[in-house]
Design a protein around this ligand. Structure first.
Ligand code: FAD
Ligand code: EPU
Length: 339
């Protein structure tokens, strides 16, 4: 039974903790709920916003339309061989709890993505990534419903066109699909990925000699807790900007002037720059704008320091963009979805 509410505060539904109102609000608990919703006048006559955990959105104004909170639950093992499993999780499952469930069952592949906030259904949106892994590395397929026709569609990995913090769901199919479940191909062997230096350092500090996937998960959790603000305490949406990709020429020009530039070579010959470093070099750590601030431990994260508005965060992000451009001639791109 659909319960469409009116004039709801969206503050509990975004990790920035920004006050904004939604004209209409509904929670869906099954794909059938969504199909019922699709034929209502409220759905047909309004713009729509699908949300999971609200950990990658910034409300800069009230949402004048229908907010659809995805609550689809369930985890299923859909195939198993001696080496691999395919696990399917419904879109409303909490991401970190799903990762812990995989670890408990000794299914290897998602442990580096521990403690990322939000729901399973949003994970393909920006091909979430951390500590050397992106979901595209273990993605099998996803199921979605067309938000106009109600038709079900299965997307293969190729069809998702995953890139760094990108997929078709952020570009050509933006708002065209409700993702209902995501399946992952995970290994039954403990093949660990500890290429990200900080993981090994953390494992050593934990005195772990022969790490398991649980140890890697614990190391990732410890690193994340040391750098990133807990949204339950301080509102934020993780990295506010993407790490920019620049040409070899730009990289070489910058490196000549800024010899401590933090960069990573890419296979296409370009370089990725650490946006947090660029922002810090502009002296912006801790800088505030009407209650919004640049996080003092990680300059890539903007925080709701003191009951700020979404516009204050957005203005601050504009200021950061300008400062970084003025100093380095590099344009940052926002990662967070601005509403
Ligand atoms: P929401 O914020 O609710 O939605 C995000 C976008 O996806 C919106 O455009 C929304 O409309 C759309 N959407 C959501 N669900 C669906 C659905 N079922 N179908 C269709 N569209 C949908 N991200 C990383 O990649 N790596 C990190 O390491 C990382 N660390 C973070 C740390 C912190 C402290 C925080 C607060 C955020 C971090 N993030 C990170 C960002 C965020 O957690 C991820 O992007 C996450 O996947 C967002 O999930 P969500 O359910 O909260 O999505
Ligand atoms: N750095 C600084 N100053 C800062 C922040 C970072 O100099 O204020 C330097 C660090 O010293 C390090 C480099 O920048 O040399 C990279 O920093 P970090 O390892 O913290 O990672 P990041 O590039 O800032 C990215 C992702 C995170 C992800 C981590 C770990 C993006 C936009 N962000 O952050 O993802 O968790 O790597 O893999 O790619 C997110 O997307 O929301 C997110 C948190």
């Amino acid at each position: 039974m659909l319960n469409i509410k009116e004039n709801i505060s969206l503050k509990p539904f975004n990790t920035f903790g920004i006050e904004a109102k939604g004209t209409y609000f509904v929670e869906i608990n099954s794909p059938q709920d969504f199909l019922e919703l699709l034929i209502t006048d409220v759905y047909k006559n309004n713009s729509r916003l699908i949300i999971g955990g609200g950990s990658n959105i910034l409300f800069t104004q009230n949402f004048n339309g229908l907010v659809i909170k995805n609550n689809l639950k369930g985890i299923e093992l859909i195939n198993e061989t001696t080496d691999e499993v395919i696990v399917k999780a419904a879109a409303g499952e909490n991401w970190h709890e799903f990762v812990l469930w995989c670890i408990k069952n000794d299914f290897c592949g998602l442990e580096n993505l521990s403690l990322i906030p939000g729901c399973v259904g949003a994970s393909p949106m920006q091909n979430i990534g951390a500590y050397g892994i992106e979901i595209k590395d273990v993605f099998y397929e996803l199921e979605a419903i067309n938000t106009t026709s109600g038709e079900k569609k299965i997307f293969t990995k190729n069809e998702c066109e995953f890139g760094y913090r990108e997929s078709v769901f952020k570009t050509k199919y933006k708002n065209h699909f409700l993702i209902t479940s995501v399946s992952f191909k995970l290994s039954k062997h403990q093949t660990l990925n500890t290429t990200y230096g900080a993981i090994n350092t953390e494992l050593e500090a934990m005195n772990v000699v022969k790490p398991t996937i649980k140890d890697v998960s614990n190391a990732v959790i410890a690193i994340r807790k040391s750098k990133l603000p807990d949204p339950k305490v301080t509102g934020n949406a993780g990295s506010f900007f993407k790490n920019p990709e620049v040409s070899k020429e730009t990289f070489e020009r910058l490196k000549t002037t800024f010899d401590t530039l933090v960069s990573y070579p890419l296979v296409n010959g370009n370089y990725k720059l650490a946006a947090g470093w660029l922002i810090e070099q502009c002296g912006l750590k801790g800088v505030e704008n009407n209650g919004a601030a640049v996080h003092s431990k990680q300059a890539l994260v903007l925080i709701n320091k003191d009951n700020c508005t979404g516009s204050a965060v957005f203005e601050l992000s504009d200021y950061v963009l300008r400062k970084v451009f003025d100093k380095f001639g590099v344009t940052l791109e926002r990662e967070v979805n601005i509403i």
